[in-house]
Design a protein around this ligand. Structure first.
Ligand code: SF4
Length: 242
């Protein structure tokens, strides 16, 4: 449910986050990726790595304050997600810090990991209580096929950013892997990902699959039994199927 003000939606009940208020600080389909599984359905409008204020911090913070002041139920998370990649907002750090001055509700950020190679992005995220990053392929061909990144963004840059971030971050680290039938649903690909992440302090791994309409029509949906088999690869991490 969208709130009256478009930067805020919900709150929604989430199995993992509890009662979560969504914050959307990016215009619709502004992203560094154009994923084949994107549930925003249409192709990315602005495919970019350039960070900009997009929705300025003063507007975001005053809307959050207004909503929190009028909310009678207690929230479990203020969650940055929504229309595109939240780290593309260059004022993310100030927004997170600003929320901390008006609320003690834990802050969660979902990121596609593409900008983690930038120190200022890692620093902005360091103020969040929880970050869920996504990585769905370790093989370059699969990465380009699934995520269709902006020109100039390579898998090496993404992996280097994830590596630095996971080694520096002090909050709660979650990870998501989007698994698509006949594309990255192999034990080999999952084993490569496991090998890459095995030293990182990841509290939860979520295996997801594109069950809704997406940018690329006709994607095949992996069945739950197969997902459960792939989940075994990630032992002893805590893995759940979304
Ligand atoms: S990273 Fe998220 S918003 Fe961006 S294209 Fe992929 S699924 Fe869509």
């Amino acid at each position: 449910m969208r709130n009256k003000i478009s930067v805020i939606y919900g709150p929604v009940r989430s199995r993992r986050l509890g009662y979560s208020l969504g914050i959307d600080i990016i215009p619709l389909k502004t992203c560094s990726f154009d994923c084949i599984f994107c549930e925003l359905v249409r192709k990315t409008d602005l495919l970019t790595l350039k960070r900009e204020p997009h929705i300025p911090k003063d507007i975001v913070l005053s809307e959050i304050k207004r909503v929190l002041d009028n909310m009678s139920t207690s929230l479990d998370s203020i969650t940055f997600s929504g229309s595109g990649e939240p780290t593309l907002n260059s004022e993310l750090e100030e927004i997170i810090k600003g929320i901390k001055t008006i609320s003690s509700i834990p802050i969660t950020v979902f990121t596609n990991s593409s900008l983690l190679f930038q120190p200022e992005v890692r620093r902005a995220l360091s103020y969040a209580d929880r970050v869920k990053f996504t990585l769905s392929a370790l093989t370059p061909e699969l990465f380009y096929r699934i995520n269709r990144p902006v020109n100039g963004l390579t898998l090496e840059m993404v992996l280097s950013g994830i590596n630095d971030f996971c080694n520096e971050y002090k909050g709660e680290l979650w990870m998501e892997i989007m698994i698509i039938e006949e594309i990255n649903n192999s034990l080999t690909e999952m084993s490569k990902i496991k090998k890459f992440i095995e030293k990182f302090p990841i509290a939860q791994i979520h295996l997801n699959r594109p069950v809704r309409a997406s940018t690329e029509p006709g994607l095949k949906i992996i069945n739950e039994d197969e997902l459960r088999d792939l989940a075994e690869v990630f032992h002893p991490f805590k893995v759940s199927i979304v």
